[in-house]
Design a protein around this ligand. Structure first.
Ligand SMILES: Nc1ncnc2c1ncn2[C@@H]1O[C@H](COP(=O)(O)OP(=O)(O)OP(=O)(O)O)[C@@H](O)[C@H]1O
Ligand SMILES: [Mg+2]
Length: 257
């Protein structure tokens, strides 16, 4: 089993949105995935708690109990445990990092989010965890060219010790609508760009876990396209059907779970 902590000390960055939709996408990909909600606000539980499958996908817990939860999930044959964390207190965030194999540090491409994510990046490094910085709520790229805010965010993160995810999560209404319907975005709008992006994120995290820590000299380290190498984002999966992305996600997690 692998454990992924979804982190950001900044409220509203998109932790719950991504944790919930990643958990559901992983289940759709054939993985036994569980989302552990350690935020006292219980936002993940608001989305997942009233679903018919709530018992198999949601655990409401606290940082103090996380280790026991992780061990129980592992014993019961879970493949992937995703931790939805609160922005504070710090000790809860640290407990999530400590029991995780991999961290997703979520930030919007704004100066305030990027300033705040630095602390999370330092924490991930201090605990010697592998991870990715995920830029969330980016404006859609136009003709393959990222918007100015996204380009500036990538420049700000140029010397980050945690690599930036190649996939950028766009600001799309489907994420909000999906949560209102108590669904993951891949259920709410399976054929949408939002769903495909979410599956790509699952795949990228799975591949990164499988490959081990990224090296700074890797072309993908800064979230740059393997194709163009620049800030124009030619997504390498552009022509890939959603089903193939899901299958590939499952394969990479199964192999190393
Ligand atoms: N990619 C996106 N596109 C559009 N809306 C989004 C996106 N990501 C998140 N949101 C919206 O932004 C708001 C905050 O998201 P979310 O609750 O996931 O953040 P959070 O980091 O979990 O916040 P908190 O720190 O309070 O737990 C929600 O209304 C959510 O629907
Ligand atoms: Mg949240």
């Amino acid at each position: 089993m692998k454990t992924i902590a979804v982190l950001s000390r900044k409220g509203g960055a998109g932790k719950t949105t991504l944790a919930v939709s990643l958990g559901i996408a992983a289940q759709q990909a054939g993985l036994r995935a569980v989302v552990a909600d350690i935020d006292p606000l219980r936002s993940a539980a608001v989305v997942l708690g009233s679903r018919a499958d709530a018992a198999s996908i949601l655990i409401e817990t606290t940082g103090r109990k996380l280790k026991a939860v992780r061990d129980a999930c592992s014993r019961s044959g879970c493949d992937l445990l995703i931790l939805d964390t609160p922005p504070s207190p710090l000790n809860e965030v640290i407990k999530a990092i400590e029991i995780s194999d991999f961290c997703l540090a979520v930030a919007r491409p704004t100066a305030l989010d990027l300033a705040a994510i630095e602390e999370t990046i330092q924490l991930i490094g201090k605990h010697r965890r592998d991870g990715l910085v995920v830029l969330n709520q980016c404006p859609p790229a136009r003709n393959g060219i990222e918007a100015g805010v996204t380009r500036r965010a990538l420049q700000t993160l140029e010397f980050s010790r945690v690599p930036v995810a190649q996939i950028k999560i766009r600001s799309r209404l489907s994420y909000q609508q999906a949560a209102s319907e108590r669904l993951g975005v891949t259920e709410f709008a399976p054929q949408s760009e939002a769903a495909l992006d979410l599956q790509r994120l699952l795949l990228e995290a799975g591949e990164r876990i499988a490959r081990g820590p990224a090296r700074r000299e890797d072309r993908s380290f800064l979230g740059r396209s393997a194709v163009s190498g620049g800030l124009a984002m030619d997504e390498p999966w552009g022509a890939t059907a959603p089903g193939l992305v899901v299958a590939a996600s499952a394969a990479s997690f199964w192999e190393f779970a």
